[in-house]
Design a protein around this ligand. Structure first.
Ligand SMILES: Cc1cc2nc3c(=O)[nH]c(=O)nc-3n(C[C@H](O)[C@H](O)[C@H](O)COP(=O)(O)OP(=O)(O)OC[C@H]3O[C@@H](n4cnc5c(N)ncnc54)[C@H](O)[C@@H]3O)c2cc1C
Length: 376
């Protein structure tokens, strides 16, 4: 059965997320652009409105609304601030491996405080050896009695300075990888350098440094050797879904600002919206937005039904981020010289769109996943 309608509950969630984005986030965007810092009000607002708890089941204190609901929230938040949506999507991503692979004790220990927004989570896989090749991981976890000792350095980690709980991918043997739940305050655990990106200003990104970090055995997710399964399941489904959700909101923002400007800008005595060259760009954005929504919400609906959807998520992530990048370029072009002025959001859309492309896997890696499935 194919359904193309959101439920009443999902529409209410969309309204609540839009209110949060417009009332709390929008006034803070200029400050985020200027300082590249995350305002406390944003994190607090996400917690108060249960936006962090969307995918956590009610038995652990969450809303249990699932992945279609999650994409709705991300789309609405990204329409106003891709930086804020990116932070939110990575908080969900950090929760995901505990939900899927955690023991009952781990779920009871971590999920309720994460659902209440008292604690925040992230995932740390990427290292300087290359995000596309996670098995080049050099962060080592060595068993010493009843605990592991971790040494290494992760790079490009979203929310690294904010997250109290971090799911970290390590090497435990020549060809063996294992994932652990780490906590702020553990001996030898320290967020490092803050990275300044071209876009998504105000979204925290940086290094995680592990210097003889002592982690109890019971913080392991799954068994020794389950590391790749745990890390890749999260990134290839929840991570790519989240980036597609962010790109959807960006596409929507591009369409709205392009149509507004095209209707208001007068050239040759009439709005530039009457020019066919401008209409073609707008038509391209409108059709890509619809196709992007169908791809993303279908993949999220598969996720909610418990179906495998890594290829569908790769298709969504690839299509929506590339379409958003083209739409952002067209939005700038439609705005003429105003498109490169800080006073207009068009230039921010272009910078944010580029940051979405490598996040959670590059377009080349997405096409490899898609082609591998198509060639089977
Ligand atoms: C804003 C942002 C936030 C991020 N947040 C996180 C996070 O929270 N946690 C985390 O663990 N990581 C995070 N990452 C890391 C992200 O997952 C990696 O940047 C991404 O996987 C690419 O890795 P890389 O940057 O090392 O590029 P590389 O892997 O070095 O890739 C370099 C180039 O080689 C290409 N390439 C690689 N393999 C192939 C191939 N087989 N065929 C053709 N071309 C290929 C790539 O497409 C790319 O063009 C984040 C990145 C960004 C930009």
């Amino acid at each position: 059965m194919v359904e193309f309608q959101f439920t009443e509950e999902q529409e209410m969630l969309r309204k609540a997320a839009r209110e949060f984005a417009e009332q709390v986030v929008a006034p803070l965007v200029p400050k985020m652009e200027e300082t590249d810092e995350t305002p406390e009000e944003i994190i607090k607002g996400m917690g108060e409105r249960d936006l962090l708890a969307v995918t956590i089941p009610p038995e652990y204190g969450g809303l249990g609304l699932g992945h279609v609901a999650r994409v709705i929230v991300l789309e609405e938040v990204a329409r106003v601030s891709v930086a804020t949506a990116m932070m939110l999507q990575v908080f969900h991503l950090g929760i995901d491996p505990i939900l899927v692979f955690g023991t009952e004790e781990q779920k009871k220990k971590y999920l309720p405080a994460l659902a209440r927004g008292e604690r925040l989570a992230t995932v740390a896989v990427t290292e300087a050896t290359g995000g596309s090749e996670p098995t080049a991981c050099q962060t080592e976890a060595r068993l010493e009695g009843d605990h592991y000792v971790l040494n290494g350095r992760k790079v490009f980690i979203t929310d690294v300075h904010l997250a109290d709980v971090q799911v970290v991918f390590t090497r435990t043997g020549e060809k063996e990888f294992t994932t652990f739940i780490l906590e702020k305050g553990m001996e030898g655990f320290r967020p490092g350098r803050y990275e300044h990106k071209v876009g998504m200003k105000g979204c925290d990104t940086g290094e995680l440094i592990l210097d003889n970090c002592v982690v109890p055995k019971e913080n392991m997710l799954g068994k020794p050797g389950d590391g790749l399964k745990v890390a890749l399941a999260g990134i290839s489904e929840t991570g790519r879904e989240g980036i597609a959700g962010c790109a959807l909101g960006l596409l929507q923002a591009c369409l709205e600002s392009s149509t507004k400007f095209a209707n208001e800008r007068i050239l040759y005595g009439r709005p530039i919206a009457k020019l066919q060259g401008i209409q073609w760009k707008i038509a391209e954005m409108a059709v890509n937005l619809e196709a992007a929504r169908l791809l993303t919400y279908r993949a999220a609906a598969m996720r909610d039904k418990g179906q495998r959807c890594d290829v569908e998520m790769a298709q969504a992530k690839y299509f929506v981020t590339e379409a958003a990048a083209r739409a952002a370029k067209d939005t700038c072009d439609i705005h003429g010289g105003y498109g490169v002025m800080n006073e207009y959001a068009a230039q921010r859309y272009l910078r944010d769109a580029q940051v979405l492309i490598p996040s959670a896997g590059t377009s080349e890696i997405m096409r490899i996943v898609i082609a591998r499935a198509a060639l089977k």
